[in-house]
Write a protein that binds this ligand. Structure first.
Ligand code: PGA
Length: 263
């Protein structure tokens, strides 16, 4: 599969930014332009913005998935500070982000935690955006592919083939994320994207060939097109550069130009 064969998927993780009112305005402002555009979109705000994001999405008619940044694998119980899959689906949330590098390194999430979360999210009918990516140290020691393979295989172990349509995978090298990050080069991404595709195809068969693989890490309007020309990459997962409506829309424009699609 190449970038032009799969539906283009562009979205942003707002991380710990924006109040509920700010997220509502963000989605409302995106709506006018994106309704006339192409592709699939998603916005992943903080938990406190989810209800307002869903409301703004429904009011505007914007075809955008609203996602949560994390969840617990248990359905309910004594887990102070945590949120369950059922709480997310009851709000009208479409997707949950699992395994973002900041969750792994700042909050010590393990591959085994993520396996439980993936299972619980899929059982609840949530879409899953699973992040994988190696650290700078792993890259320097030439074990990046092993890290990504381990993360993917453990998180998805036991997932049935009929769940494949709910899955999205984002390759986000840790060294490329955030203010100190360096955007990856297409030649860095291509072998990893091919390996991810191979693992997905071996687990899910034909369904694995259709799972979107996104690139994330210091994406901006000047480099978005480069990433979408990498075989197997059919979407972009964006942080800082997409936190304003003009920023988000500039990336959508760059993606559209790179994919040769019409609005
Ligand atoms: P960035 O964040 O685009 O600001 O580098 C990406 C991410 O953390 O997913």
């Amino acid at each position: 599969m190449n970038a032009n064969a799969a539906p283009l998927l562009v979205g942003t993780n707002l991380k710990m930014n924006q109040t509920a009112a700010e997220t509502g305005r963000f989605i409302t402002e995106l709506a006018d332009v994106l309704l006339r555009s192409f592709g699939l979109y998603f916005v992943i705000p903080p938990f406190t913005s989810l209800a307002e994001a869903v409301r703004a999405r429904d009011e505007s008619g914007l075809p955008v998935w609203i996602g949560a940044q994390n969840m617990h694998w248990e359905a309910s119980g004594a887990f102070t500070g945590e949120i369950s899959a059922a709480m997310l689906t009851a709000l009208g949330v479409d997707l949950v982000l699992l395994g973002h590098a900041e969750r792994r390194w700042l909050f010590h999430e393990t591959d085994e935690d993520l396996q439980r979360k993936v299972q619980a999210a899929l059982a609840a009918g949530l879409r899953v955006l699973l992040c994988v990516g190696e650290t700078a140290g792993e890259r320097a020691n030439a074990v990046g592919l092993e890290t990504v393979g381990r993360q993917l295989k453990i998180a998805l172990n036991g997932v049935a083939t009929d769940r494949a349509p709910l899955l999205q995978v984002a390759y986000e090298p840790v060294w490329s994320i955030g203010a100190g990050g360096t955007p990856a080069k297409p030649e860095d991404i291509a072998p990893v994207a091919a390996a991810i595709r191979g693992l997905l195809a071996s687990q899910f068969g034909d369904g694995g060939g259709a799972i979107p693989i996104l690139y994330g890490g210091s994406v901006d309007p000047t480099n978005a097109g480069l990433f979408l020309r990498v075989p197997e990459i059919s979407g972009l997962f964006v942080g800082r550069a997409a936190w304003t409506p003009p920023g988000f829309l500039a990336i959508v424009d760059a993606a559209r130009d790179a994919s040769g699609r019409q609005t």
